[in-house]
Design a protein around this ligand. Sequence first.
Ligand SMILES: *[C@@H]1O[C@H](CO)[C@@H](O)[C@H](O)[C@H]1NC(C)=O
Ligand SMILES: *[C@@H]1O[C@H](CO)[C@@H](O)[C@H](O)[C@H]1NC(C)=O
Length: 285
Amino acid sequence: MPTPYVSTAPYLVEYPYEYHFVINEAQKCEQDKPFMVLLVHVAPLNRRYRDVIRSTWGSEDLVHDKVVKVFFLLGVQTGEGTQDLHQQLLQESKEHRDLIQSDFVDCYKNLTIKTMVMLEWLNSYCSNVSYAMKIDSDTFLNMPNLISILLEAPRTNYMTGLLVHAAGAIRNPTSKWYMPEHVYPRSSYPTYTMGLGYIFSLDLPKKLIEASKHVKALYIEDVYLGLCMQHLGIAPTNPPGNGYFHDHPLEYSRCGYSKIVVTTIHPYIDRVWLWEDFKRPDPYC
Ligand SMILES: *[C@@H]1O[C@H](CO)[C@@H](O)[C@H](O)[C@H]1NC(C)=O
Ligand SMILES: *[C@@H]1O[C@H](CO)[C@@H](O)[C@H](O)[C@H]1NC(C)=O
C-alpha cells in the first residue's frame, strides 16, 4: 500500500512565485529620495487603520532632517464586493499615493508572501533608500527615536527589532502558530525579529530574496525571515537599548511613550486622541 499523501500546503506558502502589482508607487523613492521607508502591512478592507496612521505617526515625513515615507502594503480580497473595493482602493490611491497592492490573496496564512513581496518591491523601486521598516497597522511608532537609532546604525547586513531567541516550534495543532514536524523538523527556530515591527538595511532585500529560493516558505512570516537570515549567516542585532519594542500593548503615558520605538495598541484606544496628547508641547516626563 502506498503511504497516503499528506499535504503540507497549509503551512507553506506559494513562494517563490511571480506576483504582480495591481496598484503601485514606482517613482516615489526615486523622486523623494527618502532615508527610510515604512511598509505597513494591512488588509485591503482596513481603510480605517490606514487613515488613523496617516493622521498620526504616518504624517511625520521629515524627522531629524531625514525624509521618511510611509506606504501601505495590501494583497487582494476575495469573495463578495471585491469590484467595489477595488474601485475604492483606486480612489484612495489617487488621494494619497501611498498604496501598494499585489495580486496574492490577503489573509493571515499568506503573510509570508506579503513580506517577500515587500522585499521585492523595495529591491525594485527603493534600492537607494538606507533603511526600511515593516510595521503592523495596530501600532504606535515614535519616529524620532527610530531615526536617532538609525543615524548610528550599520549601513549593511543590519536587521533589528524585538529579538526572539530559540523559540520552540509549536506542535499543538490548535495553536495559531502550529508547525507540524514534517514541515519543520527542528525543535526551535533561529533568532528572528518579531513581526510587529522590524528594521533592515536596504542591501538585505536582494540577499533575502536570493536566500528564499533555498528555504521552504513557512507561513509564519517573521520566523521565515529568521530562517532566511540564518541561511545568509547574518544575525539580527539588538537595538541599542532595552524597552524600545513592545509586542504586548504598553499602557499609554507621555513619559513612557517618549522612550520607546514601537508598541502595539489595543483596538479600543482612540489613537488620534493619543497622538494629539503625545504631541503636546509640554515636557514628556
Ligand atoms: C542611486 O544612487 C546612485 C548613486 O548615488 C545614482 O547614480 C542612481 O541614479 C540612484 N538611483 C536611483 C534610482 O535613484
Ligand atoms: C495565498 O495566496 C495564493 C496566491 O494568491 C493563493 O493561491 C492561496 O489560496 C492563498 N492562501 C490562502 C490560505 O488563501
